[in-house]
Design a protein around this ligand. Sequence first.
Ligand code: IVH
Length: 672
Amino acid sequence: MVSFDIAKAKVETLTKAINDHNYYYYVLDDPKISDFDYDSLFQELLTLEAEFPELKAIDSPTQRVGGKPNSSFKQVTHKTPMLSLGNAFYEGDLEAFNKRVCGELDVKQVEYLAEPKFDGLAVTIRYEEGHLVLAATRGDGSVGEDVTHNIKTINSIPLKIDNSLSTGAIEVRGEVFMQKNDFFTLNKKQSEMNEKTFANPRNAAAGTLRQLDPAIAASRPLRFFAYSITFENNKSIKSQDEMYTLLKDLRLPTTSHAKKILGVEGMMNFYNEINALRPSLPFDIDGVVYKVNEIKYQDDLGFVSRAPRWAIAHKFPAEEAESEIINIEVQVGRTGSITPVARLKPVQVGGAIVTNATLHNEDELKRKDIHIGDYVTVRRAGDVVPEVVKVIKEKRPKDVRSYEMPENCPSCSHKLAKEEGEAVLRCTNGVLCPAQKKQGLMHFVSRKAMDIDGLGEKIIDQLLDEKLIQGFSDIYKLKKDQLVKLERFAEKSADNLIASISKSKRTTLPRLIYALGIRNVGEATALELALHFGDFEKLKSASVESFIEVRDIGPTVAISIYNYFKQESNINELRKLLECDINWPSIEANVKNKELEGLIFVLTGGLPTLKRDEAKQLILSSGGKVSGSVSKRTNYLVAGEDAGSKLEAAKSLDIKILSESDLLNMLKKDQN
Ligand code: IVH
């Protein structure tokens, strides 16, 4: 047995060598030694660590698949929100974007950094003192899920980085994806083992990232490209381009296709170049992204809702393919809408196998003259439901059959009807219709609504079949012993489901309003309703006119909401639901409450009690505005723990800095 000191030195040399070879192989794609030699180094390190467990560092290359499977995903509140991007499809969209950018910056021309738009999932990775300490998904942009255990299995992501560049924490953001060849191999393996296959590499990457057991993630190779970095100690980065240099210096994987360009002409050239490369790339991309290169300009341009005003995604057109309609059926939606759906001969469209495509409604079916047996063009754009675009008339077989929409609901046989001026047929039987009831429950538990993890379609079917649930409130009355009796449920899965049901009781008012599934009330309208009325009592008794007073609500939506709260069964269900201890931070209705009118706030750092979106709601509900970046127009910066560059920026602009309690005092609210 070697002495401890010799072993220690050897472990250090081996760790460095393995990390270097990982970098050559996975990041530079330029291996310097054979797989056999690499495996020998790895084996040697494993042996030494087994002999001297005290030498096993948490970020040793042998620890990528360390640890036991997690029992659930922890939530992570992002220090700065993870944003999405505005989309452009045509040159005209780019012209408008470029014109606005140049106009606002008051410059003739601006430099952009152009890069591919990877079709995967955004993650943020946090390094503290050089060590990878946390990795989280984007989630809803404010709160994501802790996926550190799976991110550590990605060999190209360093577990330790050179921290001489920064004394504070570093956050790296980028895209996790699966390469096309790895996706095909994985699907082959899955089908051989009779396991679920994935529709496309993106879904496979998402499914892998959501594994609780890192050993599973490690067996399905994920990749990563970093596209941004922030330093919490306010290291100033001047450009997007410099970010790339820093990322490369830190040995993080980045795309080799980023390029500085000028104006719309530069954008179009880049787009065409990348589009031509697209089939030969080993991974899927769904467009390109242009980002104003200078960070100073980015700060001047700021943000609008969830997207930066200094960047835009230029998307590739949707992909199309040809298939054959085997049958036409109708589906009943959450609000009773009847949608005809074409059952297709399976066809690959843009990397996914499509077997169903929407025909939208009866008018569309007639306008496109679609028959059963027709050959059709099918289109799929990103995550959108595939649709039938047109019939290929030259190929129409003689024996095609026409399709008539049913007169009665396929789920409950209730007579279908069309409302005046509407193209959609509806079943008006509400929750008495089993299909609507099920869709309503699926919506209620979905991520953007009550977010009950682990309550998917199959379990809802089981619960409905066993009559364990009827309305929303019944979900909160479920008991473990009822669940364990169900097929495919074990002690552990029952415990997990009960825990996530219980966790969902703490919610926000906008989520709860959205969850009710009121016709025409999406996430944005639910937020406006919550801010305007502040509680259910006011919402329930409001008139159509008072709904129209709410920002962005017109007469049709106002009538839908009014009708919802006039229906006794809805009010009863809501009452039962509220008796289940569902709770949320209070929002003061802004009908009279305007103390922050005209004031612009910026939030930074972690606040002691309020979540970022709770603080934002409080400000909005009192008439204030919340901006993503500090500028001369900012009135207050609300700073919490670990506030970084925004705090410095605010100080240099002499902007008043508030703590959470200062903010609450301004709102004349208690901290509870
Ligand atoms: S930048 C504020 N760059 O696209 C900037 N995003 O639609 C936001 N994405 O959630 C991100 N490739 O998942 C950026 N080169 C790239 C990207 C990229 C893919 C994804 C990312 C983001 C989504 C926004």
